[in-house]
Design a protein around this ligand. Sequence first.
Ligand SMILES: [Zn+2]
Length: 233
Amino acid sequence: MADENHFLYALSSNNAWAGYKAHQNPQFFPKLASGQTPQILWLGCSDSRCPETTILGLQPGDVFVHRNIANIISPTDINTSAVIEYAVAHLKVKHIVLCGHTSCGGAFASLGDSRVGGVLDTWLTPLKAVRMAHLDELNAIRDDKARATRIAELNVEAGVKVLLANFTVQDAIEERGLEVHGCLFDIASGRIRDLGYGTKGGHGFGLDGSEDVVRGKHAQLVFRGGNASMAIR
Ligand SMILES: [Zn+2]
């Protein structure tokens, strides 16, 4: 019953939202229906607290999305690979944002020795491998949350390496300057931090002075030399 109520609430909420959007801008839905030209491919975690378009302050049509448990980028996962290929080769997005997050259940699970069960342990294997590769560093972190945040960062670093080794991504970087960004979303503050693992490299903010702005309806996402920041307009 509770689930049914949640679903009915969601449906009525959708109805109210669609009415509001159409009232605010009568061309909003007709324009959306005519096609999509997203500038960002978002690769993130399925976690309910990380809804990419919402936390970026952007709108439907702005972000092409693939999310899975613990935002694991595995080159043999045909789902992830198909999304990347379509977004990069066909939609020609300008940015790939691989974003992990704090308090990730997948990160906590990969730090423990107990099995989750079913297919989940298989899925988390790449994250377990990240843990083994950085065991000393991770074990030296006493705080459980900080350790989970660190492995989430290392997971993003590993994922960015997989992205940069992808031929479709490589061609787009070379031919039209596609940018790859490795980020972490801090759930407790709502802020996204650029980890500097992507095409711009390092943690240098605004090193080359370049600025790339992705405009949404209520905010814009500004990429400055590998550092993403939000500006509310
Ligand atoms: Zn997660």
